[in-house]
Design a binder for this molecule. Structure first.
Ligand code: FES
Length: 426
């Protein structure tokens, strides 16, 4: 078959552009085969990385038709079929595609600067991997004479994350990396869970503490792209979720803002079916009146909301709250059983495979609460929630709490009296 390849070209001293090459290829030829032929037969200046040609080394990761993949894994036939499927679905929506000659577009990975053509500078990728300390630590333990023994079950826990070949595909597609340069990335956190899950490692509490931040697991935006493109089915998002579960299971863990965010959201949805905007910021950012600095940071937003009439006066539970509550409690019940299928994220998230031709970004539908293993629980409707604040704060609604807080703050500043302590709010 005759195929056109649009290849990204860039030199350090010139503007990037796409260069087109045409090849007569077999459907079974890999993209790497085609790049080799382009380099050997058409243009020796084309730069790209490769090594094993067999999905082992991870060197040949690049963007093929818009998504990161291994050039030695994807073949021309699959790519053309994928393009045709996308073209058909787009044609259904009214756009016209010229399918006279299939065109495969090849570009460098994202989230990393280009050195030349398809070669990117992966320094940040390696630095972020290093940051999670991806080595089994046995510092504080007695070192056995021969080797550390593991049961087959303990070893099995490492299989999925152990498959990572550090190709960078997940890092390339990571939305969180695009907006948060401190986020270490899905590859690093998948490796981090590899360490947390390893029975030989003796630093689990310190590791969980280290990953418990927006540079770590709470920086993930759960876009699922990492799971979708991973050529080795490591499912980095699932590993990030596993670390979160470990962090949340620790009773002694300091409830950071990220943890409060998660807990408050689940609690509110469980109680009222959706989020009570009046209370959410106060409980998460203000830490239920314990974080006065955080609370003060909400004041400008609260005042703007009040001024524009966007501060909800009262909260009404959503329709179907009982079903939502039943679903959440069913998941909690599964989690407490400790079975493998309990991970909410892995249960709800059905990762797209790299060859998924649908191009759909729709979220998979969560399983019904009436799955055969966990019958739905009959839950009586609950009254509007009592929030976990001080008793005083529970009696007032969010709008007056915010106004009152500002007034008290001003009063304290003027009189130098400790009103917050006097009222039991500090
Ligand atoms: Fe080694 Fe593709 S060349 S993974």
């Amino acid at each position: 078959m005759h195929v056109q390849f649009k290849v990204f070209r860039q030199n350090p001293d010139s503007s990037p552009h796409f260069q087109t090459y045409e090849l007569e290829v077999e459907p079974g030829n890999t993209i790497l085969d085609c790049l080799n032929r382009i380099k050997w037969e058409h243009d020796g200046t084309l730069a790209f990385r490769k090594n094993c040609r067999n999905t082992i080394c991870g060197s040949c990761s690049m963007r093929i038709n818009g998504r990161s993949a291994l050039a030695c894994k994807e073949n021309v036939g699959q790519e053309v079929a994928r393009l045709q499927a996308i073209a058909h679905s787009s044609a259904d929506q009214g756009s016209v595609h010229d399918a006279a000659m299939p065109t495969i577009t090849i570009a460098p990975m994202g989230n990393m600067p280009v050195i030349k053509d398809l070669v990117v500078d992966m320094q940040s990728f390696w630095d972020n991997l290093q940051a999670v300390e991806p080595y089994v630590s046995s510092e504080a333990r007695h070192i056995p004479e021969r080797e550390f023994l593991q049961t087959p079950e303990e070893r099995d826990r490492l299989n999925q994350t152990g498959n990572c070949i550090l190709c960078g595909a997940c890092y390339s597609e990571c939305n969180a990396r695009e907006t948060n340069p401190n986020f270490v990335g899905p590859h690093a956190l998948a490796k981090a869970y590899r360490m947390v899950a390893d029975s030989r490692d003796d630093r689990t509490p310190a590791r969980l503490d280290q990953y418990n931040s927006t540079s770590g697991v709470w920086g993930c935006t759960r876009c699922y792209f990492c799971d979708a493109v991973c050529p080795m089915e490591v499912a980095p998002l699932q590993q990030i979720s596993n670390i979160k579960q470990e962090i949340l299971a620790q009773d002694q863990v300091e409830p950071t803002r990220a943890i409060r965010h998660r807990r408050t959201m689940v609690n509110m949805v469980e109680q009222g079916g959706w989020i009570d905007e009046r209370q959410f910021g106060l409980r998460v950012v203000g830490n239920s009146f314990r974080d006065l600095k955080g609370l003060a940071s909400l004041v400008p937003l609260g005042l703007r909301m009040l001024a524009t009439g966007k501060f909800p006066g009262r909260f009404e539970a959503s329709e179907g709250t009982a079903e939502v509550r039943s679903l959440i409690r069913s998941v909690h019940a599964l989690e407490s059983k400790g079975t493998e299928s309990v991970d909410v994220h892995s249960t709800f998230a059905k990762p797209m495979t790299p060859t998924d031709t649908s191009g759909s970004t729709e979220m998979p539908v969560p399983p019904a609460a009436s799955s055969p293993s966990v019958p739905p629980q009959e839950v009586p409707p609950e009254p509007e929630p009592a929030f976990g604040w001080t008793p005083y704060a529970e009696r007032i609604n969010g709008r007056f709490a915010m106004i009152g807080f500002v007034a008290l703050l001003i009063l304290e500043l003027i009189t130098h009296q400790d009103f917050f302590t006097w009222l039991g709010l500090r």
